[in-house]
Ligand binder design. Structure first.
Ligand SMILES: [Mg+2]
Length: 449
């Protein structure tokens, strides 16, 4: 089986010492909780176990079932049906009003279990998570055994909540693996067995292929998933139009195009050259750092992501420099927090190396880069305790800025040194600054307009 070559590193990969680009031989595990909301209810209300229940958004005959239990599904009850329709198929269905807080608590516990095995766990939704095991291949030689261990751990905590696990070289195929066996499935898709699995499926069984895509495929003579997998990239590009065809070709040929899709870029970076006058003031240098972090915060807000890794560099006029890479304890979007991580690291270095001032008058430029993104929808459910409130406040602030103009609201952080901060306030109109070797294009981005 031909494995596609690794994707080209992004241009600014020089800060990306822990690149997320998946190498051939990557390994992804996808976990999908079965009939999640209904199973949670059955977990905590044993009288509902083994019974057809339908979780509804509110109490009433017209309510829609947002989550049928495994038992109700056997009667043909589907998500989205009205209770009256469900009763026609399954007269004994028990309606249960949804309790989202409960599902979030269970989600957090399950994420904790997964994170105990691997640091690279991404919550895809409240009932799905993907674990990138690529760097753990030597730790977990047998991924099936690992999946069984995870199931056991979940069983010990919640004996009624089951999951289907898919294992594959990329997240799309791993997710497909979860679809093949429900409930309580465990399927590994490999280059050797993929066609056996695909042979049992229709085009619309592939996650992401619905009526319209199916028609486009059939129009050019692709009638089933095996034919689709054997199609050239050019043909799939023709069917889907450009990049989407490339994605589909990649997915079915074991390359990763979905795992970090929430971030168009794998690294966001920003840097500033520092004038001699600016370098004379330590406070100005620290303000510049705040402005760099604020730009990144704005871009993360726009792309609706948080970052889990951070790099920082300082260059001095003597052509020497210092850089550092930080893995963040928790995903971060807030500029002030990014800054704190950087300053802590600087102080730590100053202390251990007996250097007095990293922010000296010799600073010529500095930059911050962030990577390893996680989508903020995935985070919503993770209950990052008091941080949620913080994030809500920040979001509200951006909304007001968008509506009434960016000078309407400024955080305390931005008032720190208004002249320096000025260029970091703009939001929504300017393209990312890119580092291009040592050259900086569009250095004066985010000008007030
Ligand atoms: Mg599910």
């Amino acid at each position: 089986m031909q494995v596609k070559e690794e994707k080209k590193e992004p241009r600014n990969a020089r800060y990306n010492s822990n690149s997320v680009a998946l190498r051939p031989g990557s390994l992804v595990m996808y976990i999908d909780m079965n009939s999640y909301f209904a199973s949670c209810e059955q977990q905590f209300r044993p009288e509902l176990r083994d019974k057809p229940i339908g979780v509804t958004t509110y109490d009433g005959a017209n309510a829609s079932v947002i989550a049928p239990s495994i038992e109700a599904k056997r009667f043909g009850v589907k998500t989205g049906m009205r209770l009256s329709e469900c009763r026609a198929l399954c007269p004994h269905i028990i309606p249960v009003t949804t309790r989202p807080y409960l599902y979030r608590i269970v989600h957090v516990e399950i994420m904790r279990i997964l994170q105990g095995y691997c640091s690279d766990v991404l919550a895809k939704s409240i009932d799905e998570a993907v674990i990138n095991l690529s760097s753990y291949r030597l730790v977990y030689k047998d991924p099936i055994a690992l999946a069984q261990k995870i199931k056991e751990d979940i069983y010990k905590k919640y004996d009624y909540i089951k999951c289907s696990i898919g294992i594959a070289p990329n997240s799309f195929l791993a997710k497909l693996g979860t679809e093949l066996q429900k409930p309580n499935g465990l399927v590994q898709i490999t280059p050797e067995n993929i066609d056996t699995h695909l042979a049992t499926l229709k085009l619309t069984d592939l996650p992401g292929i619905a009526g319209r895509s199916e028609r486009r495929l059939k129009m050019i003579g692709i009638n089933d998933p095996i034919q689709m997998r054997q199609s050239s990239q050019a043909l799939l590009r023709k069917a889907f139009g450009g990049i989407v065809g490339y994605y589909w070709h990649s997915r079915l040929n074991f390359s990763e195009v979905d795992l970090y899709s929430h971030s168009q870029t794998r690294t966001m970076s920003t840097m500033r050259t520092v004038s001699r006058a600016q370098a004379e003031s330590k406070q100005t240098l620290e303000s510049l750092l705040v402005s760099l972090c604020t730009r990144l915060e704005q871009r993360m807000m726009k792309q609706e992501v948080f970052c889990k890794e951070l790099s920082f560099f300082i260059k001095y006029r003597s052509k020497t420099g210092w850089d550092t890479h930080i893995r963040l304890a928790q995903p971060v979007q807030d500029a002030w927090e990014l800054r704190r991580y950087i300053l802590d690291r600087i102080h730590e270095f100053e202390h251990t190396h007996n250097v007095t001032a990293m922010f000296s008058n010799q600073v010529q430029s500095m930059g911050v880069a962030i990577q390893n993104f996680i989508s903020d929808t995935a985070l919503q459910y993770s209950l990052f305790d008091n941080r949620i409130q913080h994030d809500v406040v920040r979001k509200a602030m951006y909304k007001i800025k968008d509506k009434y103009g960016k000078n309407m609201v400024r955080k305390g952080a931005e008032m720190f040194n208004p002249t320096v901060m000025k260029d970091a306030i703009g939001f929504g109109s300017v393209k990312d600054l890119m580092l291009d070797g040592d050259e900086v294009r569009n250095q004066y981005l985010l000008e007030e307009d």
